[in-house]
Structure formats: C-alpha cells, structure tokens
Design a protein around this ligand. Structure first.
Ligand SMILES: Nc1ncnc2c1ncn2[C@@H]1O[C@H](COP(=O)(O)OP(=O)(O)OP(=O)(O)O)[C@@H](O)[C@H]1O
Length: 763
C-alpha cells in the first residue's frame, strides 16, 4: 500500500472565530492588498489612456506613422489584457526575511511611483524561497504567509514559521497546507485553475529548471504534471523573454477538449503568447479528426520506419522513362532521351533540395538540353531571344510536359500520402518490408479523412517535397533589408517613448513589419509549418509515436523541451511504454528525467485501487503518494441494468448537491458503444439542465457528461461513475479510475477486474 501525506494542520475557516491578533494581521494585510489593487487600477487607467491617445491620432500620416501607431495600439491592448487577467488573487503570499525585509508575492511584479517594488512576480528569483524554503533550509526566510483573498478581500491567512525561535508566540498562525488542501478539495468547474499560490517544492524545482535541453517529467495521475508544464511555460516566458517572445512556445496536448480544459491557466498567469495545439491540428490547413480503423494501422503509421517509406515514396516519383520519347516541335523531330533525363535528374539531386524545389533544376536542365538539340537539328545558332522562345515552346509542349512530369512528378504532401494508402502498388514499392496483411491494414479509400497518425507522415512528406519557393526567397531578401531599417527605427522609437519595459526593439520591429496589425508571434508561428519554436511543451507525451516525435523535434532544433506524461497511462497504439525506448534515439540520449510523486487529485482509497489494478496488468506504474484522504470515496454497485443503475447513482449525486450552482462536475465513463443507452437513461432521471452545457456547447461545461475513457485523459471531475470497468483496456481503466477528486462509483454487471475486487473488499 502507498504512503499517504495527510494534512498536518487544520484548514482555517474564514468564517470562524478569529483571535484579535489574527484579525489585526488580516487588517494590515488588507491595507497592503488595497494598495496593490490601487496600483493595478492606476496602471490599467494609464495604459487605457495611452491606447485612447494612440487611437485618437486617426488614420492619417505616412505609412511608417500608421504602422508605428498600430503597433503601439496592439502593445497597449496586450498589456491591458494582461493587467485584467491578474485580477483574481493578485497577491497570494508574503515572505518575512531574517534581515527584516518583507516581500509580497503575486501574479505579476508591481512597483510604486518611485519604482520601488511593492509586489514580486512569483517567477522572479526573489520569490523562489516562497516555494522552496523549509525549516531545515530556510533560505533566509523567517516566515512564509499564504494570503487567501476573495474579490479583493483578504479572508484568511496561513503562516509557516521556518525559525520558531525567532518569532514570539502571539505572532504565530500556523495553518500549514491549508491553502493547498482547500484548492484540492474545491468543487471542479470544468476548467483547470492555476496553482501559483500553492506550488510545492518538488514541482517548483521542475518549473524553474534550465531552459536548455529536453526535460522529461514522469509522474502518476494527479501529480501535477499538467499544472507544472503550464507554470513552467509561464516561468520560461518570464525568465527568457527576449529569446522566447520572438521564437514562441508551442504547447501540444492530447485533445481539443483538454486544450479547452487548460485554456484559462496561462492567461491567469499573465501569458497569452503560447501556441496550443493537438497533434491532429499541428499542420496549418489540415485537421485530422478521423480514427484509425485498427490499432495495427495506427502502430504501423507511428513506427519510425515510416520515415523511410515516405522517403521511398518521394523517390519513386523521380524515374527514368522506359524508352526515349520522340516528339515534333514546329516540324523539327526531337527526342526526349533517357540518358538526358538520367543526367538531369542526377544534377537535380545533387542540389540536395527537396523534391519540388529540385524539380526546378531538373526541368531547366532538360529544357536546356532539348533547346540545344533543336538548335543542332535546325543547324542554326540560336540567339538569346530565339532560345528563350524555343524554351517557352518546349515547356508548353504536351509530350514534353507529360514526360517530364512522369520523370519528376510535382506533388503535394496530401497527394503523396493519399496515394500510399489508396494505391496498393504505391505502398508496395515504398514499403517492401511490410507483409500483405500489414499493407492491407493501411489500405484506404481515396478521399478518406485524415487521422492523427497521418499528420506526422504528411509533415515528413512536406519536408521532403518542399515547395518551389523562388518568389518567396526573393521576397525574404527584400524583407531582411526592410527589417534592418525597421529595427533601427524601433530602437529610436523606444528611446523616445520609454516603452522599453513593455517591448523589445525586435518585437516592435516585427510589428512594424506586419503593418502594425495584431499578428503576434503565436499567430505567425501557428500559421507556418516550418516555424521553429524556442521551446516546446508536450503534455500526455506518452501518447506520441516515434513518427510524431520526428515531427515535433523538427519544430525545435535547439531541443529545448518539456515533456510530461505517464507511461502507465498510454493508450495510443505506438505510444511510449518507456521514455528510454521512445526518446533515446530521436534525442540521442540527451534528456533528463524528473519525477513527481504526490497525487493531489484522487482520494487515497481510489488511487490505491487504481494502482493495484494497474500493477496487476503489468503497467509501468510510478510510485505515488496520495495527498488526500477522503471518507467514503469508493463505491461499488452491482446491477443487471448498468445504464439505469449509473443514472440512479448520478441522480443521487445531483440531488445531494454535487453539481450545485454551476460548479461540480460528474463524468459517466464507459466504452463508446454504451454512450447512447447511458445518455437515454440519464435523460429519464435528470433535470434537463444537468446534461446541458452551462456556458457553451461544450461537454466540459455540462454538470453531467457521458465520456469515453480516451477523452477523459488529462481531465478531472468531482465524481466519476465508471460503467463496466472490465471492458476497459488496463491503461484506460487506470486513467478513468484516477479522474475523480471526491468519489468513484463502479457500476458493473460483469465481474470486476480481480485486483479491484480485492481492493474494494479490503477493510
Ligand atoms: N501544488 C498544487 N497546488 C494545488 N493544486 C495542485 C497542485 N499540484 C497539483 N494540483 C492539482 O491536482 C490536480 C491534478 O493536477 P494535474 O492535472 O496537473 O495532474 P497530472 O499529473 O497532469 O494528472 P494526469 O496524469 O492524471 O493527467 C489538478 O486539479 C491540479 O490543479
């Protein structure tokens, strides 16, 4: 059985009686907090004033003036959005240091009119002790105080005195992990909250770990991997802003529901510049929504050997014709010779450019050879102008076009990959190592929708095919010259306006270049397949296949990555069972491992049952300690009619207030084929509103939802009702059982998986 961390000290009750010294402390903190909000309001008003002034200056002026004005307008809008986003719990902590200094810690840094710090950004080195100091290593800290605020009101305090000898008794308000335990026990809202006020030391070490290199964070369910990954992104953007604000940060999550679940966290930390995507949406212009029909197909497509298959498929589109091809141009007999094709192709390949780009060299070389042949055949030395006309005629000639295309076919990635699946001979020539059964598993109707496993192959193909980018390159050269001018000008402007604290000259120059439009780094990066990011964060990273890793690593040549996941939760065919096996090859062994060990989500009894079942199924389960003891957290219901029983359980939960007042979430988790009957049973017993989304048309917003085990990955609910656990694959069962924060109900008519039955039977 795992160890459990228990709350050592009571959670303070904000409404309960408080001592006189305590209320005077609250009052004095209230004064500080009032001052901080006053400063925040003043900054908002000041920035709004600047924005209004810029906007008032109207649409006139030179193009340079206009783009400068628009760039500043965007800058002020961003700053206002950031100042708005930090409203809730602006200040949440205080450090009293041994040298007498008092530091308040908050979401952003604030200074007063005299430029003295009044609030320290949680990410600043000066705030680190708030998360790390312990009685054994106090790091110059006498007392750490958590401030619990609600709508600008200080409602309670919790103090930890790290040096008990140094403080008088009446000043001690030990309440320890109260804020943490209150956060963990709070009803869920369908959206993840930040944990900035209660980050734990083992999490903080990961959040502030170096930017360089690939960091893998392994940890069991609920150990805060997602929270840590998001706070790390915010930290890195703060600590390495100059690098990352221009190159951008990419966040890859397992599903669009998951991205919606976490989408409030970074803005609440004052950061909006991260590109968030799923593997299915990684490529601009392609959206992969279809499921692979079989695990075999998904596994084959995810295997690293598919890179060679794509490469062979591209190479197969460069071929020497079987015969010379005679044709006539304006009465002159000419021949497209196989030898010429061979030599022109060799020359094109020597450029080492992608297929479509090298094709330009190939075609040019062939046309030039044919023009020379034409000259010889007519016995006339062609003047430059005449030669150009002959080249044009050759280019337009049908036989020439067809033959050159067959010899070096221009292709889009979509066409190349679709042909692999839809034309058996194409797959056979590109993948001779696959068996007939394996090829049959990959076969698909032309025009079938894309799957997530197709995306890395499309990306691979796009890389090998390239685009004929002559025009773009000329433009890039012109842009580089213009940028040098913009940069110089931006430096001048910043000197003149003193806005250097808000923006760097480089970013301002980017905005001038974008005509001052609101295209941020994130927006430009998201629209560009070849964008390389300064840092990439991958959540639920165990789901990625070897091919998916190739695609992602292409986007981060510096290999600066945060990779978080749990190899015991892998459900994707071709996903990771071991980080070493998956990552050693693509990262050449250069990655470091950190582990998270405390589960902050799942009640101990539920986590233990889930772990037992996972261990029995030989999953590579990480050691884990549960932070939460919740009474009565695991219930088992046997019934012949599981849909009706699940609905009854949910109705009882709803009646007892689990989902009252827009908060509280219940998930009914079952294999997809049960969804319809479960929904029907729920509709019979529940008020309509419980099944309807509160805010939008989103399952996350519905108090009660029916979800399949794969969709709940990364999410959490107050209560989970799990139907027929034995129907789930072991890793899906592990995921589903570890979603609830309060209670797990197992509803079954079949036998329970053995270890669960034992865990339930145990006292
Ligand atoms: N230091 C903390 N303070 C308060 N809450 C925390 C802390 N760490 C984690 N949590 C909470 O614990 C829950 C689980 O965290 P998170 O979703 O990040 O875990 P995970 O390791 O990604 O889980 P899974 O592998 O199951 O997806 C979340 O509600 C999160 O807010």
């Amino acid at each position: 059985m795992d160890g459990h961390v228990r709350a050592g000290r009571a959670v303070p009750d904000p409404g309960g009686p408080v001592s006189a010294s305590r209320s005077s402390e609250i009052l004095s903190e209230q004064e500080v907090v009032d001052r901080l909000y006053a400063r925040l309001d003043a900054l908002r008003a000041q920035t709004r004033g600047r924005l209004a002034k810029v906007r008032r200056s109207g649409p006139s002026g030179s193009p340079q003036n206009r783009s400068e004005r628009d760039a500043f307008a965007t800058l002020y809008e961003d700053r206002i959005a950031q100042l708005e986003a930090v409203e809730d719990r602006l200040c949440f902590g205080r450090l009293d240091l041994t040298d007498g200094e008092v530091r308040h810690i908050g979401r952003i840094g604030l200074t007063d009119d005299e430029h003295s710090s009044i609030l320290t950004d949680w990410r600043a080195p000066a705030a680190q002790a708030f998360y790390r100091a312990t009685a054994v290593h106090p790091d110059g800290v006498l007392r750490r105080r958590h401030l619990v605020t609600r709508a600008r009101q200080v409602v309670s305090l919790e103090d930890e005195v790290l040096d008990l000898d140094a403080l008088g008794d009446e000043q001690v308000h030990l309440s320890g992990e109260g804020a943490l335990f209150a956060a963990m026990a709070a009803q869920r809202t369908g959206r993840m909250n930040d944990i900035v006020a209660t980050i734990q030391a083992e999490q903080d070490r990961i959040i502030r770990s170096d930017l360089a290199g690939a960091l893998v964070v392994q940890g069991g369910p609920g150990t805060g991997k997602t929270a840590v990954a998001l706070h790390r992104a915010a930290y890195l953007l703060y600590a390495h802003r100059r690098v990352l604000e221009r190159s951008g940060v990419l966040l890859v999550g397992p599903s669009s529901a998951f991205l919606r679940y976490i989408d409030q966290v970074l803005p609440s930390l004052g950061e909006t510049g991260v590109v968030a995507t799923t593997m299915g949406d990684l490529l601009p212009g392609v959206s992969a929504r279809a499921e692979e029909p079989t695990d075999l197909a998904a596994r084959l497509k995810g295997d690293a050997s598919m890179a060679r298959v794509v490469a062979r498929a591209v190479r197969a589109r460069q071929r020497i014709p079987e015969h010379d091809v005679p044709f006539r141009l304006e009465g002159v007999d000419l021949v497209l010779r196989r030898d010429d094709v061979r030599e022109a192709a060799a020359r094109a390949r020597r450029t080492n450019k992608p297929h479509n780009v090298a094709r330009v060299t190939f075609v040019k070389e062939m046309l030039s050879r044919l023009a020379t042949q034409y000259g010889r055949a007519t016995g006339v030395e062609l003047e430059q102008e005449d030669r150009r006309m002959v080249l044009d005629d050759l280019r337009a000639h049908r036989d020439v076009r067809v033959t050159l295309n067959l010899a070096w076919f221009p292709l889009t990635p979509q066409r190349l990959v679709e042909d692999l699946w839809a034309k058996p001979h194409r797959l056979a020539e590109a993948a001779p190592h696959l068996s007939d059964a394996q090829r049959a598993a990959l076969a698909r109707e032309p025009g079938s929708p894309w799957t997530v496993s197709d995306i890395p192959l499309l990306d691979e193909a796009a890389e090998l095919l390239g685009e004929d980018d002559q025009a773009e390159r000329a433009q890039a050269k012109a842009d580089a010259a213009a940028r040098a001018r913009d940069l110089e000008y931006a430096q001048e402007v910043l000197k003149g306006t003193g806005a250097g604290a808000l923006v760097s000259a480089e970013v301002l120059a980017d905005r001038f270049a974008a005509g001052g439009t609101s295209l941020t780094t994130a927006e430009r990066a998201a629209a560009d397949r070849t964008w390389t990011y300064g840092h990439v964060v991958v959540d639920e990273a165990q789901e990625l296949t070897a091919m998916a890793w190739r695609s992602l690593l292409r986007r981060v040549p510096t290999r600066s990555l945060t990779i978080v996941g749990d190899v015991a939760q892998t459900s994707a065919a071709g996903g990771a069972r071991s980080w070493r096996t998956m990552l050693d090859a693509p990262l050449r062994g250069a990655w470091r491992l950190e582990e998270l060990t405390v589960n902050y989500r799942t009640p101990a009894v539920v986590a233990d049952a889930a772990r037992s079942a996972a261990l029995a199924a030989d999953l590579p389960v990480s050691p884990m300690t549960s932070a939460r003891e919740v009474d009565d957290a695991l219930h088992v219901h046997w019934s012949r009619d599981v849909a009706r029983e699940a609905a009854r359980v949910v109705a009882t939960e709803v009646r007892s207030g689990t989902t009252a007042d827009g908060v509280g979430r219940i998930a009914v988790v079952a294999e997809p084929r049960r969804t319809a009957s479960l929904r029907a049973a729920l509709r019979d017993v529940l008020p309509d509103a419980s099944l309807r989304a509160v805010r939008g048309d989103d399952e996350l917003d519905a108090p009660v939802s029916v979800v399949d085990p794969r969709t709940v990955k990364g999410l959490e609910y107050d209560v989970v009702v799990l139907v027929e656990p034995d129907e789930l694959a072991p890793s899906d069962l592990y995921v589903a059982m570890t979603r609830p924060t309060q209670r797990l109900h197992l509803v079954h008519s079949h036998d329970l998986p053995a270890r669960i039955a034992e865990a339930v039977a145990a006292p």
